[in-house]
Design a protein around this ligand. Structure first.
Ligand code: MLT
Length: 328
């Protein structure tokens, strides 16, 4: 009888909490990379759209917890209270980390509730303005001719920029041709590239479009299977596959997550608000203006989102093992 009363009390508390969510307490969206970068950009645009879709009461704040290629921010959310007030906005790093980190502090498929996918973003291979090449062929030849003398920036082991660099170097069989330089995100890495302190980087169009348009960096190729004919700025850059890198196809996706054990009613409330936000014309305009595509298919649903990440983990494992470089 006593046990039943305790269970009833607990259920009432959870139900009461779900009824009152989000209440006045802010909802923190943890971004595992530096402010000003592509993932931070998605989070701030989404927070704006979800403030509206959740009904003015909800107060979303973006919290940058960066380091170790995104795994520090993800660990923070995996260990946070499952009350809906701490969420994670993360990208393909969710799927690459289990293969790159042999001692990962969380299990992507077990320690999180999946809240739905957000967008897909192509990447661009870019170089500092002084780099003596103006097309991909000359660029690749320059890399080969200067093996060991150049460096490539990224946002930490397990980040999207790191994964792209790893896959590209492996594809052109130039694994050790460049020194890799880690940053806390591609925002600070981009500053170093524009300043000529680093030579090249592979980064999401949401962070490169403005720099390419302004001529502050050189672009050489895109990482999607085909060139981006629909993108006014990037349509003339070839895809790496069109440059002969067979099967090279990398698009960065972002999704939203909560700690495992977050009440189903809260998950449903956040997922509903997310789905409305993904249809917000202002949000879509901002994303598409930077080359991103907002997800509209079944992956906006938690189950399909999780199924997609599960498939990505298996897809990336052999790619990362082939490169033979682990983060720990
Ligand atoms: C960022 O927001 O800095 C990027 O997503 C980092 C990366 O993964 O390349």
């Amino acid at each position: 009888m006593k046990r039943l009363l305790v269970l009833a009390a607990a259920a009432t508390a959870i139900f009461a909490h779900a009824q009152t969510f989000p209440g006045s307490k802010p909802i923190s969206i943890v971004v595992p990379f530096a402010a000003g970068g592509p993932t931070d950009r998605v989070a701030r645009d989404l927070a704006e759209a979800m403030r509206k879709s959740m009904g003015g009461g909800a107060n979303f704040v973006v919290e940058n917890v960066n380091g170790a290629g995104g795994t520090i921010g993800a660990t923070k959310v995996a260990r946070a209270a499952p009350d809906g007030h701490t969420l994670l906005l993360h990208h393909i790093g969710m799927a690459s980390a289990p293969s790159l980190y042999r001692k990962l502090a969380y299990k992507p498929l077990e320690d999180f509730e999946y809240l739905g996918m957000i967008n897909e973003v192509p990447m661009t291979l870019i170089g500092k303005p002084q780099l003596p090449a103006n097309n991909y062929r000359d660029f690749e030849n320059y890399i080969r001719a200067n093996a060991g003398k150049l460096n490539i920036a990224h946002a930490g082991l397990g980040s999207a920029s790191h994964l792209c660099g790893l896959m590209w170097q492996s594809a052109i069989k130039a694994n050790d041709a460049m020194t890799t330089i880690p940053f806390s995100g591609t925002a600070p890495a981009m500053n170093a590239l524009v300043g000529g302190q680093v030579d090249l980087m592979c980064d999401q169009t949401t962070n490169t479009t403005g720099q390419i348009e302004a001529g502050r960096v050189k672009a050489f190729a895109v990482t999607t299977a085909k060139s981006l004919s629909g993108n006014k700025l990037l349509k003339d850059y070839p895809s790496l596959q069109e440059m002969g890198l067979k099967g090279f196809d990398l698009t960065i996706w972002h999704g939203l997550y909560a700690p495992k054990g977050t009440p189903p009613a809260v998950i449903a409330q956040i997922n509903n608000a997310l789905k409305v936000a993904l249809k917000d014309p202002e949000f879509i305009k901002k994303q598409e203006g930077l080359g991103a595509v907002v997800v509209t298919d079944k992956r906006v649903e938690p189950a399909a989102h999780k199924a997609f990440v599960t498939a990505e983990i298996s897809k990336l494992k052999p790619v990362i093992e082939a490169a033979g470089k682990f983060a720990d």
